[in-house]
Structure formats: structure tokens, C-alpha cells
Design a protein around this ligand. Sequence first.
Ligand SMILES: *[C@@H]1O[C@H](CO)[C@@H](O)[C@H](O)[C@H]1NC(C)=O
Ligand SMILES: *[C@@H]1O[C@H](CO)[C@@H](O)[C@H](O)[C@H]1NC(C)=O
Ligand SMILES: *[C@@H]1O[C@H](CO)[C@@H](O)[C@H](O)[C@H]1NC(C)=O
Ligand SMILES: *[C@@H]1O[C@H](CO)[C@@H](O)[C@H](O)[C@H]1NC(C)=O
Ligand SMILES: *[C@@H]1O[C@H](CO)[C@@H](O)[C@H](O)[C@H]1NC(C)=O
Ligand SMILES: *[C@@H]1O[C@H](CO)[C@@H](O)[C@H](O)[C@H]1NC(C)=O
Ligand SMILES: *[C@@H]1O[C@H](CO)[C@@H](O)[C@H](O)[C@H]1NC(C)=O
Ligand SMILES: *[C@@H]1O[C@H](CO)[C@@H](O)[C@H](O)[C@H]1NC(C)=O
Ligand SMILES: *[C@@H]1O[C@H](CO)[C@@H](O)[C@H](O)[C@H]1NC(C)=O
Ligand SMILES: *[C@@H]1O[C@H](CO)[C@@H](O)[C@H](O)[C@H]1NC(C)=O
Ligand SMILES: *[C@@H]1O[C@H](CO)[C@@H](O)[C@H](O)[C@H]1NC(C)=O
Length: 532
Amino acid sequence: MKTLAAAALLVLSFCATVSGDEDTETAVTAQPGDVALLPCYTAGNVTPSLTTWIKDGREIVRGGGDSTPSPSAGTQRLAVLQDGRLNITQVVRGDEGIYLCTILLPGNNIYHGRVQLQVTSGPENVSLSITTATPLSNGTLIVFRGSTVSFNCSASSYPSQHLTWGFSGASPPNDTLLTGLGPWLEYRIENVQPGAQGVYSCTAHNTVSNQTVKKSTELLVYYAPDRHPECMWTPAQDPSHIYFNCTWFGAYPTPTLRWGENHDQQQWHEGHLYATEETDRLSMILNRTLLSDGQTLTCIGQHLARVPGHENSCSFTLKPPFPEGEPIATAVERDSITLTCSENISVPPASTTWRKGLQQEVIIPGPKYILSEEGPVLTLTIVNVSKEDEGFYFCRSENPLNVTELEVYLTVKTSSTYTGVIIGVFIAALIVGSTIIIAKTVYNNRHRICLGGGFGQMEDTGDVLDLVESDDEQIFHDTVPRLPPLPNGNHTTLVQIHRIPSNEYEDSESVDTSAQQEDTVQTDEPEELVTF
Ligand SMILES: *[C@@H]1O[C@H](CO)[C@@H](O)[C@H](O)[C@H]1NC(C)=O
Ligand SMILES: *[C@@H]1O[C@H](CO)[C@@H](O)[C@H](O)[C@H]1NC(C)=O
Ligand SMILES: *[C@@H]1O[C@H](CO)[C@@H](O)[C@H](O)[C@H]1NC(C)=O
Ligand SMILES: *[C@@H]1O[C@H](CO)[C@@H](O)[C@H](O)[C@H]1NC(C)=O
Ligand SMILES: *[C@@H]1O[C@H](CO)[C@@H](O)[C@H](O)[C@H]1NC(C)=O
Ligand SMILES: *[C@@H]1O[C@H](CO)[C@@H](O)[C@H](O)[C@H]1NC(C)=O
Ligand SMILES: *[C@@H]1O[C@H](CO)[C@@H](O)[C@H](O)[C@H]1NC(C)=O
Ligand SMILES: *[C@@H]1O[C@H](CO)[C@@H](O)[C@H](O)[C@H]1NC(C)=O
Ligand SMILES: *[C@@H]1O[C@H](CO)[C@@H](O)[C@H](O)[C@H]1NC(C)=O
Ligand SMILES: *[C@@H]1O[C@H](CO)[C@@H](O)[C@H](O)[C@H]1NC(C)=O
Ligand SMILES: *[C@@H]1O[C@H](CO)[C@@H](O)[C@H](O)[C@H]1NC(C)=O
């Protein structure tokens, strides 16, 4: 353009009156408050005799040459310099526009100039605000997963600006999430997720001056799992020690875990906080001296994303072991016997074992002993029980709190006792059967017995077949009448039957058996006699 102006000047020097080419436009950019100098005739070092500046078809100032610059009508800000330039002391918004100048050069040459003044400012006061975000001490902002985040970028630019939201995070950077014209630009994320974590930037671009200002901020998305921490225990090698583990996975950043007891109102009682660490897995080991019945151990998870005391803990109440079962058991020799013990009270779970004898030797499973465990129920089966198995058995339950035993006494009965019962029953049946036969035979042969008219004699004397039951001994006294002497000189016999009541087999049979056998021998005689 300057070249063009120079060319115009060249033409001008040859002509008497030359008009400046309207195309020779000069652009000037100024910020509000600046001093702006608008050139008119730039082709040479001349002093014009008169310069007139016109804006929007109105003369705004005139002056020049050797004459002192005349103050413009009502505006102190504008002055025409000696070389015809327009000096705008304090540019204000609204000064922008097309300025036309007319210069009267020496030799009555007239030159027309055209200047475009651009007034621009900014971008300034670029500000970036993220609502519902909390600043950390280092200025980084945090939001919590699931919340709605509103990003507002504002800036001032004159005359106009473009605002752009950009993002760079774990996902591929995106320089233009949103763009728009205006004093501010809002970008919203509903239900914010960890993927939205990263650096957010707002770029303000002045559309006229082409100036750009960029501001950015780091945003972290914090979260904690919805579930509470998990409390676990692991037995240590020494059974009087135990590991208490607490885990709380899935929180960002790493939570703080604390193990202690007697926690209330967010306060730990003096000396009852056992461990605290910034971790998602906290383990502590305690021994018997620190544990007691009914003690409650609590693990509390602490995280910015969770309101304190809001279901952030797990705990358990310690209980000593308590094995339960029948204290007495009876077995028959050569049979199997199963002893049962149930342990479901112990917290933490006890280690329960079967032991034998007052020395409490651990029972090792094998063909003799079968051990089984079904949930809280433990059983010990002793195979082919013998008299030596009689004695004490212990269901010994141990947890880190204490040791508790269930004592079981096993009685073993010999199988011969049972054989005796069977024999007794058999003999009793035999005797009852024999008696019936005798009675029947006697009755059937009464005519033979009464040979010699003895029977009639019997009736007369009142000697009858008399069954007497003794209340005390429960013995039948079968009084057989004294029969008249027979030619061979045999004598009659008294028959005694010891009746065994069915409910008394167990204790009396062995003693009675011999007596009955005696009786049986005796009965033979009269039987022979009667069948004679
Ligand atoms: C323009 O005007 C201001 C205020 O009157 C003055 O301070 C400044 O020196 C002037 N600029 C020139 C180049 O004369
Ligand atoms: C920019 O901020 C400053 C200080 O807050 C204020 O004085 C000024 O007016 C602001 N500028 C714009 C253009 O809003
Ligand atoms: C600010 O602190 C947080 C957490 O301590 C960290 O993740 C982040 O990188 C820090 N930011 C800067 C800019 O140092
Ligand atoms: C964004 O910020 C600007 C300047 O602080 C404010 O005027 C505008 O109301 C805000 N927009 C929203 C949606 O909050
Ligand atoms: C950047 O984000 C905008 C708005 O969320 C989306 O339309 C555009 O596809 C994204 N570009 C890239 C490269 O991810
Ligand atoms: C604005 O700036 C960019 C680079 O910053 C440049 O490529 C472009 O030509 C400029 N535009 C104007 C009108 O100056
Ligand atoms: C508990 O912590 C101890 C020690 O760190 C470890 O040996 C054990 O495996 C953990 N138990 C569980 C269930 O995580
Ligand atoms: C149990 O722990 C306490 C405290 O750590 C310790 O003083 C004590 O000696 C330990 N006792 C045993 C038997 O390990
Ligand atoms: C323990 O188990 C036994 C047998 O399974 C059951 O009768 C008893 O009610 C249980 N006790 C508790 C406290 O669960
Ligand atoms: C049972 O034990 C006895 C000795 O006590 C033995 O003689 C017998 O063979 C055993 N029976 C079985 C089936 O093991
Ligand atoms: C362990 O059990 C015994 C017997 O029941 C009891 O005397 C003792 O006080 C218990 N010890 C603890 C620490 O509970």
C-alpha cells in the first residue's frame, strides 16, 4: 500500500492537483488508552499547509503547516501534528472507523488519505471457573464422580472474541470441546466419570487483533466405592496371634484406613487406635494380651469422596470359642461310634480339634478314627470300638482369645452282655413252652395217673393242682399232688418255675439261667413219671 501511495505521490508531483487514491488505506490498531497516530501523507518529508481530518462525513479536526495546532471542536484528545498526522491522545472504544484526511501540499497540491483505525482490547481478565469443584492446596481442582460439573470461561475482548474449551487427559486430547462467541462460554458434564480427569483449557481469541490468551486448570475426579471396607482375619502361625486385615479397593486417590476399637462420634478413645495408613489394604497383628471377650474391632475408611461416618467402616465383636455337644456317649464293642461337636460361636473362627485321653493327644485320622467337618459341626467316628477306647475325648477349640474344650466321656459295653440276654430269652421261652407241655400232658393222662382210684381220693382230700404265684419272687409254685407210691418206688417231685419278666432280662438273666436249668432237670422226672 505504501508502494501504491509512493506511486501516487510520483504522479502527484507531475500534476498540479492530484487526489489521493482512496485505495491507499492505512490500518492502525490501538488499544483503549493508547496514543494513536494516524498518518495521512506518508510519501515524503513535507510540511503541509493545511490538513483536515474527516470521520463519518464530519470534519473532526483541522490544522497543520506552521500554524499551531488548533484544538478541535470540543475534543482535546485530537490534534493534527505538523506533518499532518492525527494524534489521538487517549483512544477510547468507539474511535474505530475510517478516517479521511485532506492535505494541502506546497504548490497547491491536494492529497487525500484514508486510514482505518481499529480499537481492540483483550482478551483480558480471562477467567476459568469450575463449579462444585474444590481446590486443593496446590491449586488443582477436584470434583467427585457422579456430580454435575459446569465449566465457565469468561474473558473480555474488544470488539469481539471467540472462546474455546479444550481438554487433554487420558483419552486423546480434544482441543475443541466447545467453541462460541460471547463474553462467556459454559461447558457442562453431567454425571462426571474418571475419564473426564485431565487438564481443561479455555482459549480466548480476539477476532480483530488476533490475540489469543489461554488458561488451563487441572481437574481430578475423585471417587470411593459404594461398599464399605472389608474386615478379615488370618490366623498367624502362633495361634495366640491374629492378623486383622482391612481392605477398601476402588477408591481414588488412595484412602486412609484405620484399625482400632471403641470408636464413636468420629473419635478414637485414647490408645485404641492400632494402625493408620494411607493404603487400600491395612493389616495389623494382635496377640492374646490385647484381646478380650466382647471387644469390637473396627476398621474405618477415610476418603474425601465420602462423608465421614457414612457407612465407611466394618467391624467385628470377638467371642471366645464355645464347642457344644453331648458330654456322654455309650458304644458297644466292635461297633462304630460317632462323637459330635459344634463350634459356631467363636469370633474369629476357632481351630477345633479332637483329642483323646487326659493327656489330650491329638487324634490323627486313619482307619481307626474318621474325622469330618461340615460347617460348624465336627464329628469323630471311632471304628470297631474296643474296651481300650473307653475314656475321655476332648473337642478342643482355640481362637486367639482363648481355648475352650468340650469333654466327652465314652463308655464301652462288651458285646457278651448282649449274647447273655439272647440266651436268657431263649431259655425262658423254652421253660414256658415246657411247662405248657407238662401241664397239658398231665391233664391228658389224668386217667392213667389216677389208677387205683387215687384221683377220687385226691378230690376228697382237697389236694389239687395248685398254681401259686409268689408276689415277692415272682415264682410259680406248681404244687403237684403227692401221688400214691408206684410199684417201682418212684417219688413225685415239686416243680418250680422261675418266670423271668420280659422287662428284667438285662440284669437278672445270667443268675437265673442256672436256676432255671436246675428246674428243667427236675421237671424231667415228673414228666417221665406221668408218661410212664
Ligand atoms: C500526542 O499528544 C500527546 C498529548 O498531547 C503528547 O504527549 C504526545 O507527545 C503527542 N505525540 C506526538 C508524536 O507528538
Ligand atoms: C479486568 O479486571 C480488572 C480487575 O478485576 C478490572 O479492573 C477491569 O475492569 C477488568 N477489565 C475488563 C475489560 O472487564
Ligand atoms: C496437586 O496435588 C494433587 C494431589 O496431591 C496431584 O495429583 C496434582 O498433580 C498436583 N498438581 C500440581 C499442579 O502439582
Ligand atoms: C459465567 O461467568 C460469567 C462471568 O463471571 C457470568 O457472567 C456468567 O453468568 C457465567 N455463566 C454461567 C452459566 O454461570
Ligand atoms: C471433541 O469433543 C467434541 C465435543 O464433545 C466432539 O464433538 C468431538 O468429536 C471431539 N473430538 C475428538 C477428536 O475427540
Ligand atoms: C492470526 O494469527 C494466526 C496465527 O497466530 C495467523 O495465522 C493469522 O494469519 C492471523 N490473522 C490475522 C488477521 O492477523
Ligand atoms: C492379611 O495380612 C497378612 C499380613 O500382611 C497376610 O499374610 C495375609 O495373607 C492377609 N490375609 C488376607 C485374607 O488378606
Ligand atoms: C503382645 O503384644 C504386646 C504389645 O505389642 C506385647 O507387649 C506383648 O509382649 C505381646 N505378648 C506376647 C505373648 O507376644
Ligand atoms: C450352632 O450350631 C448348632 C448346630 O448346628 C445350632 O443348634 C445352634 O443354634 C447354633 N448356634 C448359633 C449361635 O448359631
Ligand atoms: C476289631 O478289633 C478287634 C480287636 O480289638 C480285632 O480282632 C478285629 O479284627 C477288628 N475287626 C475289624 C473288622 O477290624
Ligand atoms: C479363657 O478361658 C478361661 C476358662 O474359661 C477363663 O478362666 C479365662 O479368663 C479366659 N481368658 C480370657 C482371656 O478370656
